[in-house]
Structures are given as C-alpha cells and as structure tokens.
Design a binder for this molecule. Structure first.
Ligand code: 5AD
Ligand code: SF4
Length: 464
C-alpha cells in the first residue's frame, strides 16, 4: 500500500492523545491506521512529533477544558520544533472540534486544524492543505485523489486480544443534559456486512473479544448482508448472533445502551447466546421520576427496575453497570434519595457517576433550579460511597467461584497474568505467558474493589 518513494523518506512522528469515551479510543485507532500508510509512525509522547492530534470530549465542561490546558502545554513544543527547522501540525479532533469549530483556533492559535468526528476520512487531505498553506512541499501520497479512496477502508492494526468495533454512531434521544446528539449527530448504523468483515479481520489477527460500540448501541438498525432477509434491517441481537458465528471470536460485549431500546430479542440473547457476556452497562441517570421526565429520558424508575428484573430472570448472574448524574436542575434532596433507593434496589457491579455539568446549547443549561456546586459534591460523595460498597460486595461474592478468564497481558508482578472475568472484572493470576490470548478456568481467591486474585485450574474445561 505504501509506495516505495515514502520508504526512502524518514518516517514522520504522530502523537494522538485521546480523551473521553471508548468511541474516541476507537476513532483514534482509525485515524492512526489512516495515517500510517502516509508515512507516519506512532509516538509515545508529543515532544518532537510532526503531527499531534487531540481527540477530544465535550460531554462535561471539565473534559472540554482539559483540551485547552493541553494546547497550552503543546505551544512551547511546537515552537521548539520550529526553532529546530521542523513543523509540528496540531490538530483538534473529536467532539470539542465539532461543538466549538473555528472558535478553537481563535482561542488557541497554536491549532492548525480542527476536524469533527464525521470528517476523519478527510484527515490526509486536510493535513495536506495545512502543509500547502505553509508553503511546504507536498507529500506525493497526499496528491493523488484516488489514494484517499484507497484509504477509505484502511487495515486495522490491533495489538492484543480485545478490540472495540463501532457499529452505530450518533443519537436521536436528546436527553436534556447531553451534547452527544449535537456533536455526534443523528443515529447511523453501519451495514452488517461491513462490521462482519471488520470482525473477521480482527479474529484473523488474534482478537478473541469484541465490544460493539455506539452512543446508543442497542438502537442499532443496520442493513443486513446481501442475500440475508432482504428488506428487513438487523437489530443488535441479530447482529450479535451473526458475529458469534465467526471463528476465533469467543466473547462479545456492547456499550452503551438506552433502557428504551432493550428489545425482547436482545434481552433473550443474554440467555441464549453463550458468547454474549453477562455484563450490561445500562445508564439510568436518576431514580426520580420527576427528574427523569425533566431529563427527557422517556421512562420511569419503575420501568427501568422492571427491565432489569426481566434481564435477571433470563440471566440471573448478569452484572449491571450504569451512569448517574447528581444535581440535574431542580433536583431536591428527595429526588436524590430516590436515586439512592433505586441503586439499593438494583445492586450494581460497577457504575459511573457525575456532577451535572451545564452544557451550552442543551435544554438543561437553560432550566431553572441549577443546583449549588457544594450540594452536588455532597450528593456525589454519598452516591459514590454506596456504589463503591456495592462494587466491593459484587467482587467479594466471586471468592470461591470458578470462572473463565480471558488472559490479555502479563501482570504487574513477574509470573503474573492479567485478564478479565465474564463480568468485566480485572483478574490477576500466576500462569505461563503462553496463556495470553486464551481463556482458562481459574478459582477466585481474593477480591478488592478493583480486581480479583485467582489461581489457575489446570485442565478444567473453560466454556465461556
Ligand atoms: N453532565 C454530567 N454528566 C453527563 N453525562 C452526559 N452529559 C452530562 C452532563 N451534561 C454523563 C451521563 C452519560 C455519560 C456518558 O456521561 O451519565 O451516560
Ligand atoms: Fe446522550 Fe445517551 Fe441521552 Fe443520547 S441517550 S442524548 S448519548 S445520554
């Protein structure tokens, strides 16, 4: 794919910093794969890099502000590079780029290029334009338009045995606190054939576990592969069953889901599809019906609890995870207590919780009753204490159990391996490095809040 001309040139250094969600991690890898054939080589640090990409997150104010402080740190590095006769091209990609556009270059002139999540495929061409405007010689690779077409589906380079695969992007839900429908745009599902080809290629490179990604992944509604059920679209459950047939793929997960898109087929898949892992991230945000309504979530707290009860009927051991926001406008102590009660009722294996962050342009930002920062901090601490206790208890309940673990890497201590349980818990276990990339049975010996300790059970079967 790389022409011989570039082989004689020294490779340019590319540094990508990723903020935010797993979708951004996936996008960063795709940008890297797009740029490697153009002569870039991934670098571990921004110092001396020819191209720096900040792949940004706009979900909460703190996340967006981090980008500006990073740009401040990059400025002297860019100047140093220039003083040495080189050029550092600084690109802001991702959701901050989408939301703030050209404003970024006004606020941080150090930035050369701003590119939103929908235009990554144009990155080579846009970088070429920056070079041209600076009067630099063009890379031959950048000139040929047909080259961009050839790069439309660059080869994925994976390291390791687990991989993310984006199957759906964007969101039409418009929760009143959330920027995603504005930054990532309307819901779009990739055709099933394209996803299948990508997963096959991953399996051929040794990947054993895939996590299907989407801002609203269980709203997946994709074009079926040619010749399959012509006319009808495939939902997520159908896609999962199809991907489960691919040899080498042992485990499938998906994230993130909306309660209203958990259809019967998907719920039942947790009982029937053995490669689908018993772990579900299902954000509820609040346990108060009044707040859920103001958030435009379109379901009640009782409906959410009933959905989880159904999931547990099908798959009693399913590990539940969620997202919570404290201090949404109008939240009273009584609303917050309803959240604590819901958490008590569900019992989470893990969860993420945040203080409400006022995002410009969202309906929530204009609502009356914005909650005081100190009140939010106090509520968040109480909620996190409860969630931590539940996580600890969930992990402790594993002690003495035998579990299949997918070993992914060497552990921190010599002779140790690190992997994941079906419930996405980190597991440490002494064992031979030859087990990396394989699933093996272990007995859980100890548990902390963030990990399990285990011993290998030699020779026992390990159907995941
Ligand atoms: N403030 C705080 N948390 C937010 N989230 C999304 N928007 C906001 C906001 N404005 C949280 C939600 C969502 C997760 C990805 O981030 O809990 O599920
Ligand atoms: Fe944001 Fe998720 Fe609501 Fe979509 S469903 S608007 S991504 S919180």
């Amino acid at each position: 794919m790389t022409p011989s001309t570039s082989e004689t040139k020294s490779r340019k250094r590319l540094f990508i910093r990723t903020y935010g969600c797993q979708m951004n991690v996936y996008d960063s890898e795709r940008m890297r794969d797009l740029l490697i054939p153009l002569g870039y080589e991934p670098a571990e640090a921004p110092e001396g890099a020819d191209l720096v990409i900040l792949n940004t997150c706009h979900i909460r104010e703190k996340a967006a502000e981090k980008v500006y402080s990073e740009l401040g740190r990059l400025k002297p590095l860019k100047e140093e590079k220039q003083a040495a006769g080189g050029q550092m091209t600084i690109t802001v990609a991702g959701c901050v780029a989408q939301a703030e556009g050209a404003e970024i270059q006004r606020r941080a002139p150090v930035v050369d290029l701003v590119v939103g999540p929908q235009t990554y495929h144009r990155l080579p061409e846009l970088i070429a334009r920056v070079h041209r405007e600076r009067g630099e010689a063009l890379e031959t690779e950048f000139e040929a338009e047909e080259k961009f077409d050839a790069l439309a589906a660059p080869k994925r380079h994976v390291e390791g045995y687990t991989a993310f695969v984006t199957v759906q992007e964007g969101c039409d839900k418009f929760c009143s606190f959330c920027v995603v429908p504005y930054t990532r745009g309307a819901e779009y599902s990739r055709p099933a054939a394209q996803i299948t080809a990508e997963v096959r290629a991953l399996a051929a490179q040794g990947v054993r576990e895939i996590t299907l990604l989407g801002q609203n992944v269980n709203a997946y509604s994709g074009e079926p592969p040619a010749g399959e059920e012509a006319g009808g679209r495939w939902g997520l459950a159908r896609l999962i069953r199809h991907l489960a047939l691919i040899g080498g793929i042992e485990r499938i997960r998906f994230t993130t889901s909306h309660p209203n898109d958990m259809d019967d087929e998907l719920i039942t898949a947790f009982g029937g599809e053995e490669k689908l892992m018993p772990y579900l991230h299902l954000p509820v945000q609040s346990g108060s019906d009044r707040i859920l309504k103001a958030m435009n979530r379109k379901h009640s707290s009782a409906q959410y609890a009933a959905l989880i009860a159904r999931l547990r009927e099908i798959r009693p051991d399913i590990a539940m995870s969620g997202d919570f926001i404290v201090g949404f406008p109008g939240e009273q102590e009584s609303d917050f207590e309803a959240t604590l009660r819901l958490v008590e009722e569900i019992g989470y294996a893990s969860a993420f919780s945040f203080k409400y962050s006022r995002r410009p342009g969202t309906p929530g930002a204009a609502m009356a009753g914005q909650v005081d920062e100190a009140v939010m901090a106090e509520r968040l601490a109480r909620l996190q204490a409860l969630l931590d206790t539940q996580q600890q208890a969930f992990n402790a309940s594993m002690v003495g159990r035998k579990l299949p673990v997918l070993f992914e890497r060497e552990g921190r201590n010599p002779g140790q391996l690190g992997g994941r349980s079906p419930y996405l818990q980190a597991v440490h276990c002494d064992g031979p490095t030859g087990l990396i990339g394989h699933i093996a049975m272990v007995e859980i010996l100890s548990a902390s809040k963030n990990a399990l300790g285990a011993r290998l059970l030699n020779g026992e079967s390990c159907a995941a």
